[in-house]
Design a protein around this ligand. Structure first.
Ligand SMILES: [Zn+2]
Ligand SMILES: [Zn+2]
Length: 290
């Protein structure tokens, strides 16, 4: 679990959450493929909150309640800032925001190639549980980011943004190929824009209806988003567009990684002790403990 009290202590003692981080993979002697510009300590913290919610690594129910309380306080402090990084991917408007980093932690973006991220039922249930606790900490922009990120993923479009863990950022599609991939997936991306407009209208109508109980927005995911996505995907599969998209991306030079093959970058367990040692050293560099 993230040491919230220590993070709060750092913030109270002048630590700058907007300090950029440059990560370097440890453990196997490899460094990151590419460092992502505009990424800060706040991105690492919001990502880790998402990952902890997914893994629910707390010993007791009380510890879980404490965790959610601490995570909410940090979310309130950071999420509304937006802070897009320098990625180019239609899963976000202008780069991965803090909200997107939290979703990547929540949905285990390391396995973006696997069916897990493209399975709308899995996406819907994960985000429903997340909304039940955290919807009140999301800004209007955060709801928009969540709709776009999930819809893009469920459509099976190729993420050209960063694949992130606490030790580094990596790209599955090299920056030179991004434009080609987007051109090849133009039809899907057009569909994405239509769906995003539709979902935003639905979600913000609910928000207007329940201004004082944003957690009720959790109902939006299984009640509106999921059935609509299943309908759209059935239609797309019928037209074989998904196969065309994949073939087009292959023509553009994308090499698909088999989901059961060895990952290009060593998979790192967020809860590996070495990572926390490393992270604590970084934090000490910002504001030394006395
Ligand atoms: Zn993306
Ligand atoms: Zn990114």
């Amino acid at each position: 679990m993230l040491p919230f009290d220590y993070i709060e202590w750092l913030l109270e003692h002048g630590a700058d959450p907007l300090q950029p981080i440059q990560t370097q993979a440890i453990g196997n002697g490899q460094s990151s493929d590419t460092d992502v510009a505009e990424r800060t300590c706040a991105h690492a913290v919001t990502f880790a909150i998402g990952a902890t919610i997914r893994l629910q690594r707390w010993d007791t129910e009380e510890a879980g309640i404490e965790y959610v309380k601490g995570a909410k306080a940090l979310n309130r402090r950071f999420l509304h800032l937006g802070l897009a990084d320098a990625c180019t991917c239609a899963c976000s408007i202008e780069g991965c925001t803090l909200q997107v980093y939290q979703l990547k932690g929540l949905l285990d973006f390391r396995y973006a190639d696997s069916n897990c991220l493209a399975d709308p039922a899995h996406l819907s249930s994960s985000v429903t549980a997340y909304y039940e606790h955290f919807a009140a900490t999301l800004s209007p922009g955060g709801h928009r980011d969540t709709i776009r990120f999930l819809t893009f993923s469920a459509l099976g479009a190729t993420h050209t943004c960063c694949f992130f863990n606490l030790m580094g950022c990596h790209y599955k599609v090299s920056p030179e190929d991004i434009e080609d991939v987007q051109d090849e997936e133009e039809a899907v991306l057009e569909r994405l824009e239509q769906l995003v407009l539709y979902f935003e209208a639905e979600l913000f109508a609910l928000l207007k209806q329940w201004p004082d109980s944003p957690e009720r927005l959790a109902e939006f995911w299984p009640g509106c988003w999921l059935p609509k996505m299943q309908e759209v995907l059935a239609e797309l599969n019928g037209s074989d567009l998904s196969k065309e998209v994949k073939a087009g991306a292959e023509e553009a030079g994308v090499v698909w990684q088999e989901s059961n093959s060895s990952p290009r970058v060593e998979e790192i367990d967020v809860y590996d002790e070495r990572i926390w040692e490393h992270l604590m050293k970084k934090l000490d560099g910002i504001a030394p403990r006395k």
